[in-house]
Design a protein around this ligand. Sequence first.
Ligand code: SAH
Length: 371
Amino acid sequence: MDGGVSPEGDAKSLVGMSRAELAAEMAAIGAQPFRARQLWHWIYHRGAVDFQDMTSLAKDFRAELAGRYNLARPVTARAQVSADGTRKWLLRFADGQEVECVHIPEEDRGTLCVSSQVGCTLTCKFCHTGTQRLVRNLEAGEIVGQVMAARDALGEWPSPQDDRQVTNLVLMGMGEPLYNYDNVAKAIAIIMDGEGLSISRRKITLSTAGVVPMIRRCGAEIGVNLAISLHAVTDELRDQLVPLNKKYPIAELLDACRTYPGATNARRITFEYVMLKGVNDSPAEARELVRLLAGIPAKVNLIPFNPWPGAPFECASDEAITKFSDIVFAAGYSSPVRAPRGRDILAACGQLKSESVKLRKTEMLRGAAVT
Ligand code: SAH
C-alpha cells in the first residue's frame, strides 16, 4: 500500500523548515522574500504535495523548486480503521524506519497522537515500545509529516478552521519527546503557526515520563499542555515500572509540575496512570495519589492496561478501576477512565511497528523484495 510522496534523490525537504529557514532558503536561491510566505501557505495551509499545483507561482519557478526540493511526507506502510473510527497508521520515512500515528475521533474533537522517536530509551515495563531499542530521533519534518500524512488520509486540506477532524494533538506516541527536545520544539512551532496547520498551543499536549530539567525548559519555551506518565505513587514501584524515576524521583517530578508555567485550574496537568492488576491498583494507592497531587492543578487519566504478547502484567479489574476512580474523583479531581479505543485493531502502542518488523524479516528470509 502506498499513501504518500517519497523523498527523491538528494532533494532537500521543505517540510519541517521553520519560517526563518524557509526565508533563508529562498534568499539563497535569489527568490523574493514573499515567495517564502507563499510556499508556507501552499505547504501547510493547502497541503500541496507537488510544486506544479502551486498555481500562484510562475511555472519556471515551480520547475526550479521541483528540481531542488521535495515536499515529502512519510509513506503509509499500513493503515487500520477500528469500528469506533480510530485510525492507526504505520508511517515509513525515507530511510525505511517506521513509527505509529493514531487518530481518535470523538464527538467534540479529534485527537492525533504522534511519535517523537523511532523506538525509545526508557524501557518502561508495561510499554510495548519499551521493548524496542532506540533507533533514532525523528527530525522536525518527520514529526510535522505525521500531521500532514493524517490530514492527507482524512482529506483535510486546505486547513479548515471549523469542523476539523484533527483538532487536538498529543505527543504520546512512540518515544520520549523531551529526549528529542529541539526537533519537537521546532515541529510544534510549525504546527501552531496560524497561517498553516494552525493547531493552537492549548490543543497540544506533550506527554513525558518525567525528564525534569526539560519539563522546565518546555514550560518556558513551548508552553504546551503537559501530561505526566506517573503510574506509581512510591519511588520503589516507580523505579521498576518507569526506570527513569531512578534519575528523577517522584518528589522532583511533582516539584517541576508545581512550577510549570501556565498550569492553572483552567489548564490542568494530566497525570496518566496505567491500571495494572495487583501492582498499582489498590484504594490505598488511590489515596496516596490524591495526597501527592495536593497543590497541583491536576486531572488524572486512568488508562486500562493494553496487553501485548509477553507483557508481564494484566489489566486491573473493572471493579478496581471504578473504586480507584471514585477515590480520586471524591478528592475533587476529574478522573476519567480513558475508554479503550480501537480494541478490534492492534491496541498497544508499538505493536503495529513490531508486527511490521516481523513481517519484513519474514519477507527478507523468503527473499521477497522489501519496499
Ligand atoms: N514517553 C512519553 C510518551 C509515550 S508513552 C511518556 O512516557 O509519557 C504515552 C502513554 O502511553 C504513557 O502514559 C504510557 O505510559 C502509556 N502506555 C504505554 N504502554 C501502554 C500500555 N500497554 N497500556 C496502556 N498505556 C500504555
